[in-house]
Design a binder for this molecule. Structure first.
Ligand code: ADP
Ligand code: ADP
Ligand code: ZN
Ligand code: ZN
Length: 870
């Protein structure tokens, strides 16, 4: 199929014969330097085109340009299944997949703003003396000599030049050689004194703190001139720092620390120089010793399978030493413009931007000072500090500005990356990319509006436009109508999912697209909802009752009381950061769960006895490894394994159920240990997975594969689409039940053995929902869903809404956090949080039926709905 790219003057990315996954030989020309939106129902092949074809080819081309040396560490990347791609600029992906984040990743580290702040604090920070409170300043070597001369007579002295950066065992020998060449005779390593000319026996693997011994003196009359010279040498070697070790007869050696730059003029106390690493809680120089830089002490982690523990929130207490600041005592003393490093970490980004806009140093430009930071001999802290600030602050401000533009101003730098939603994480990376000023690249994004209230979409689009104006091309997978209406060019993949999709349904400019008779074209033509909204009769909560919750306090919510209808479809709305998750996911739902387990509840709950069970369906991955699949997660695989053991073949060979699990040593392929893929660790890039060369992705060994059931091996079944399996096994009621519900939630296009790592957040959520639905139904269940619209085309949403309504008809309660207008409009009752984000939010600004909210107006959701209802 050809596209309507008539204007040959526009440079294009030309794709011919794309066949990756379900794509059926797509030919398409995507205009460069424009905002291209790729849309289509879920499973139609959008990601297969945007990520697995375009981005994969861009990445492959990038590796091909690497030098041979570094290339050896990487495999030859498989070519995506495509005849040709031309005109593709260097390609970067901003997906919602977070790779492997740990507690050590925060918003500050992820956006690299912390790197700049560390520089700022190391260069422009000041320390106050703990005794007299004065700002620590500089002292001359004469002052140091005078202080040393005050030691009692006949004190033995040794001068040490500290080497603060820790030296690894491998570099130690090199350093010693250099020291010997420079005429030194001794060094103190890890507190022990060594003669440099002796072959020293220091364990090579460890990290060492090395101090160079410059001289050994005994205090007596007339040593002043010699002392001055020695101290000068030591200070030069120690980069302005020096340790004087003293010993009086029969006693221990005692260290006295001196620093030319950081000393209290009043009481003479010196402090070590701070380096950027001093403010890095992920480095040994910066981390609080007590908690290792985590800021909290983990309490008795319960044992569990690796998969459940990866998702589990561990109980922890704030570290008693650093009080959660994560940094060592020195780093906690340094201040810039009256604030400590960790104070800035806890500000909201909006407040932080304000702080830097008004910070003085930025405005007192000291252009006349030409000192370079390196020339320590003429080190003037204040001028160097302000020079550093002058360079660093604009970088920090520009990044903060973009973070605010993408609607994340309510977050703080200290926020753990693992607690960000997929959408927040992607937008944070988008903002940092803008901050770095990349030009001429192609960006592939996955639903950047996810988690964003319609009110903020405009600003996000603005940011995308700025990226485009720098000469970048944007390829964005998106279902949001507002974004589609903004696009320069639209591509629709479809018409259905899986084998029913994979074709180019339409491609063209926004203007031509709305006239098309395609699924997306039709939605774009709609200016408002055609189906009448739920009537006013729903205005009053149904007879199923209500839940009253009193005294909610969490994050930005302070002492809030709410009433939530039960037995209804309730939608929690509000701009992002207003407190929807804090209210529902962090406060009310855990309280109900504790109530049901007869555990003490901090909140006042009234009406919770009307709930029998809580089922929470989130978007977190089914598991962290390719070992989790829809088949294992739903419990279907246990049924399949049992069926296989009953085959003649299995009974003859004595194969038990374990044999047919790719987790067991006897059944699985040993090369990939049942994963079907092998992981290649990439430095600074997300890990890469390639198909296992031994089993070709089948996960099992040859003996296991020789057993067949209904003509299929275990691997054949894993490779079946859910819709195919439903047909193939429709006589087996246990299996049919699970397979049918998976189809009902719109996942018929997934294969049973698709790795959890390749599922989107929305797909994972629907697998979880289907698993719950296929279980024995307990009446009066409360279903809680966080943004179920994610990853779904408006056409998919209709299906989801039907499913949610069905649950309500069966007497269950459905509570949903959502931004998508179609879903909000279909709810029985809305609870809107707001009015703003962060401390500007945290209140219920409106509650009522969608019709009521749209009539009342005045709130973000009200406005949105009145637009929809027309
Ligand atoms: P969309 O992005 O439109 O939701 P995808 O491109 O993710 O759709 O999927 C299109 C089809 O390709 C689906 O049938 C899906 O199951 C299949 N698919 C996606 N990723 C893989 C993969 N890694 N291996 C095999 N099949 C895949
Ligand atoms: P929403 O769900 O409406 O987007 P949230 O409840 O996630 O809003 O956030 C409300 C406020 O609480 C924000 O200021 C957010 O930064 C803060 N917040 C949310 N989760 C955490 C957390 N785990 N730690 C600290 N602050 C949080
Ligand atoms: Zn600590
Ligand atoms: Zn294998």
């Amino acid at each position: 199929m050809s596209t309507s790219q008539d204007d040959h003057s526009i440079p294009v990315i030309r794709v011919r014969g794309a066949r990756q996954h379900n794509l059926q030989g797509i030919d398409v020309d995507l205009p460069r330097g424009q905002l291209v939106v790729v849309t289509g129902v879920s499973g139609s092949g959008k990601s297969s085109l945007a990520f697995d074809t375009l981005f994969a080819e861009g990445q492959r081309k990038y590796f091909a340009t690497l030098s041979l040396g570094s290339r050896k560490r990487f495999p030859i990347l498989p070519r995506p299944d495509v005849d040709s791609i031309s005109g593709l600029p260097p390609t970067l992906s901003l997906s919602q997949h977070r790779g492997h984040l740990s507690l050590r990743n925060t918003l500050g580290t992820t956006t690299e703003i912390d790197d700049f702040l560390r520089q700022l604090y190391a260069r422009a920070g000041v320390v106050h003396c703990p005794h007299c409170g004065k700002v620590v300043s500089s002292q001359t070597s004469e002052q140091i000599v005078n202080r040393v001369l005050q030691f009692p007579e006949r004190t033995r002295l040794m001068l040490l030049a500290p080497v603060w950066d820790r030296v690894s065992g491998a570099n130690l020998e090199e350093l010693f050689d250099k020291l010997v060449a420079d005429g030194f005779v001794r060094a103190r390593v890890n507190g022990e004194l060594y003669d440099l000319n002796d072959a020293v026996d220091i364990s090579p693997a460890d990290e060492h703190t090395v101090e160079i011994v410059v001289d050994r003196l005994i205090m007596k009359e007339g040593i002043q001139s010699r002392l001055q010279e020695s101290i000068n040498t030591t200070l030069r070697q120690g980069d302005g720092e020096c340790i004087v070790t003293t010993q009086q007869s029969g006693e221990e050696w005692v260290d006295h620390f001196f620093n030319e730059r950081f000393a209290c003029a009043e009481c003479g106390i010196s402090f070590p120089t701070v380096h950027p690493a001093t403010f890095n809680f992920n480095s040994p120089q910066g981390a609080c010793q007590e908690c290792g830089g985590l800021g909290s002490i983990v309490l008795s982690p319960k044992t569990g399978s690796p998969e459940s523990s990866a998702n589990r929130i561990v109980d922890s207490n704030p570290c008693p030493k650093c009080k959660g600041e994560r940094l060592n005592p020195l780093a906690r003393k340094v201040i810039f413009e009256g604030k400590r490093f960790s104070e800035l970490q806890r500000f909201s980004l909006d407040t932080l931007l304000d702080f830097f806009e008004h910070s003085l140093i930025d405005n007192t430009a000291t252009a006349d000072i030409k000192t370079t930071a390196e020339s320590t001999s003429c080190f003037v802290p204040d001028s160097v500090g302000s020079l550093a600030a002058e360079k660093v602050i604009p970088e920090v401000k520009s990044r903060l500005h973009f973070l605010r533009e993408v609607g994340l101003g309510y977050l703080s730098l200290s926020r753990q990356a693992t607690t960000l939603s997929g959408g927040e994480y992607q937008r944070a990376r988008l903002a940092s990319t803008l901050g770095t000023g990349v030009t001429g690249a192609c960006f592939v994004l996955d639903e950047p509006t996810s988690g964003l209230h319609a009110r903020d979409t405009g600003r996000l689009l603005n940011v995308l436009r700025q990226l485009q104006n720098r000469g970048n091309s944007l390829i964005v997978i998106e279902h949001d109508l507002q974004t589609m209406r903004e696009a320069d060019y639209l591509v629709e993949i479809g018409p259905g999912a899986g084998t029913q999709g994979g074709q180019l349904v339409a491609a063209g400019s926004r203007e031509t697209f709305v006239t098309r008779d395609t699924l997306t074209g039709k939605y774009l033509q709609r200016t408002h909802l055609e189906t009448a909204p739920t009537s006013d009769s729903k205005d009053k909560p149904s007879s199923a009752g209500q839940l009253f919750v009193k005294g909610i306090a969490c994050h930005n919510i302070h002492q809030l009381d709410v009433e939530i209808p039960l037995g209804q479809f309730v939608c929690f709305t509000g701009v992002s950061g207003s407190g929807k998750s804090s209210l529902l996911i962090d406060s009310i739902v855990p309280a109900i769960k504790r109530f049901l387990r007869n555990e003490p509840v901090e909140l006042k709950l009234q009406g919770a006895e009307q709930i029998e069970r809580v089922v929470q369906v989130d978007q977190r991955p089914l598991g962290q490894s390719p070992l989790s699949t829809p088949a294992t997660y739903t419990g279907l695989w246990d049924i399949v394994r049992k069926l296989f053991t009953r085959t003649r073949e299995a009974r003859l060979r004595g194969f038990k159920s374990k044999r047919f699990s790719y987790l067991s040593a006897e059944g699985r392929c040993e090369t990939c240990r049942g994963r079907g893929v092998e992981k290649i660790e990439m430095q600074s890039l997300t890990d890469l997975w390639v198909t296992c060369p031994t089993c070709g992705g089948k996960r099992f060994n040859a003996q296991t594969l020789s057993v067949r059931f209904y003509g299929k091996s275990v691997a054949d079944i894993l490779q079946m689409k859910i819709s195919e399996a439903a047909q193939h096994f429709d006589k087996l009621s246990d299996m049919r039940m699970i397979l049918q519900t998976l189809q009902d939630v719109g996942l018929g296009y997934l294969t049973l053995g698709q790795s959890a790592l390749t599922l989107s957040g929305g797909e994972s959520q629907r697998v979880k929902l289907a698993t719950e639905l296929s279980k024995q139904q307990i009446p009066r269940t409360l279903f809680v869903l966080d943004e179920p619209s994610s990853g779904l085309h408006p056409a998919d949403l209709e299906q989801l809404i039907v499913l949610l309504r069905k649950l309500v008809e069966q007497g269950h309660s459905v509570w949903v956090i959502e931004h998508q207008p179609q879903i909000i409009a279909a709810a029985d009752w809305l609870i809107e949080m707001g009015p703003g984000a962060g401390e500007g939010g945290g209140k219920v600004v409106a509650a009522g039926s969608p019709v009521e909210l749209s009539r009342e107006g005045g709130t973000a959701t009200g406005e949105l709905l009145s637009d929809w209802f027309g």
